[in-house]
Every structure is written in structure tokens, then in C-alpha cells.
Design a protein around this ligand. Structure first.
Ligand code: G6P
Ligand code: MG
Length: 220
């Protein structure tokens, strides 16, 4: 049986992709690199430096590490400014209910986000008390698709990987969940998330009973 449910944050619990996009768009504009909402799709689940590198690739540009660090920090400044406007209105439909229902079923709840701002986002969204543990992306060695951030939740919650189910909206995140030997629930496009064990179109569509009837992963 499942003992823990682990959630990606951006795109699963909170609608923050737009705020990330606006911040990256300012950086791309400064660099003279065309960047639109479609380009932004590729940045879902990708960490800050990886996202910047993707934008630079789009523009055929290379920069040295200190220039990249400067831009990544500038983007984060824009994003943090935008977060001051975030509220519980930015919680995705059904997300608060899903967390409450999962807790009600006795599951431990963890957040496994690539965002180093996960704690701030959860606080702004009014969800910090709705979960038991928030993994710190700054403390893991490898970002998604590596399993590290999900395994950080496993350690902190005192459960085994095969007792967990993970929820993700990004392909790299589904890969991370599978690499951690967990059941993966995809939220979004069934083609993008084809490797998930079960897919729902949106957080509001998640049927937790159906999820909990899935067989957990086999112990490794
Ligand atoms: C999430 C988002 C990405 C974002 C990443 C890092 O995975 O989906 O779009 O780039 O977090 O966020 P951060 O807040 O650390 O810059
Ligand atoms: Mg996400």
C-alpha cells in the first residue's frame, strides 16, 4: 500500500509557469533572443540554469559562467518580485482538495520541486501547512530527470520509494519519479507524459481512489 504522495509544485499544485515565463521573457528580450509562450513549455521542470541555457541555445548564444550566473540571479529577482503578487488564487483548481483528501487517507505528503523557491511559493499560495515536507532543490546533487529530489522526500518522510506515488506535469519529472522506483501520475498531455502509469488532464481531474488502487512499484 501507498504511504506517501509526492507532488511537483509548478503546474501540479500552483499556477506559476506564467510568472516564470514573464521573468524569462525579460531576460530573453534583454539578450535579443525571440522567446514566446510555446518556447516556455520546454522549461517546465527544468532547473534555473538549465532553463537559461535552453534560452541561450534558442538564440545561438554562449556566455561564460559568471555572465550566466548573473542572468540567472537577475531572472530570479524578477520572479521573486512577481511572487509578491501570488496568493491562494494561484493554487490550481482541485489542488488544495487533493492534498486534503490524500492527507485524509493517511498518506504523508511531500513536495518535490526543481524550484529553489518552493517554500516561498507554498507560503504565498497558502499551502505550506497542507504538506508534511518540502524538499530543498538547492541541496540535491542532480536535478530532474534524476530521482534525487523525490528520494530526498523518501528519506525525510521515513518511507520506502516503492510506498510512494508521485505527481508530475513535466516529462523530466515523470522520468525522475520512475527513476526513483515510484508509481508516476502524469498531469497534462498524455503524449508528453506517456511514461506515467496513469495520466489525468489536470489536477482537478485526479481521481485519488483510482490512483490508490494502482499496484505500488516492486521493491528493488
Ligand atoms: C520548476 C519550474 C521550472 C523552473 C524550476 C526552477 O521546475 O517548472 O520552470 O525553472 O522550477 O525554479 P527556480 O524557482 O529555482 O528558479
Ligand atoms: Mg512542474
Amino acid at each position: 500500500t501507498f504511504r506517501a504522495a509526492l507532488f511537483d509544485l509548478d503546474g501540479v499544485l500552483v499556477d506559476s509557469a506564467r510568472l516564470h515565463f514573464v521573468a524569462w521573457k525579460r531576460i530573453a528580450d534583454e539578450l535579443g533572443i525571440p522567446f514566446d509562450a510555446d518556447d516556455n513549455e520546454a522549461l517546465k521542470g527544468v532547473d534555473r540554469m538549465g532553463s537559461l541555457e535552453h534560452i541561450l541555445r534558442l538564440g545561438g548564444r554562449t556566455l561564460d559562467l559568471s555572465a550566466k550566473e548573473h542572468l540567472a540571479a537577475r531572472k530570479n529577482g524578477f520572479y521573486l518580485d512577481a511572487l509578491t503578487t501570488m496568493s491562494d488564487a494561484d493554487v490550481l483548481p482541485g489542488a488544495a482538495a487533493l492534498l486534503a483528501q490524500a492527507r485524509d487517507r493517511g498518506l504523508l505528503l511531500g513536495v518535490a520541486s526543481a524550484s529553489r523557491n518552493a517554500m516561498v511559493v507554498l507560503e504565498r499560495a497558502g499551502l505550506s501547512n497542507a504538506v508534511d515536507f518540502v524538499a530543498d532543490a538547492a541541496k540535491v546533487a542532480h536535478s530532474k530527470p534524476a530521482p534525487d529530489i523525490f528520494l530526498a522526500c523518501v528519506t525525510a518522510l521515513g518511507v520506502a520509494s516503492d510506498e510512494c506515488v508521485g505527481f508530475e506535469d513535466a516529462a523530466a519529472g515523470v522520468d525522475a519519479i520512475k527513476a526513483a522506483n515510484m508509481v508516476a501520475i502524469g498531469i497534462g498531455d498524455s503524449q508528453v507524459l506517456a511514461k506515467a502509469d496513469l495520466i489525468f488532464a489536470a489536477t482537478a481531474e485526479v481521481d485519488l481512489d483510482r490512483v490508490l488502487r494502482l499496484s505500488p512499484a516492486r521493491p528493488q
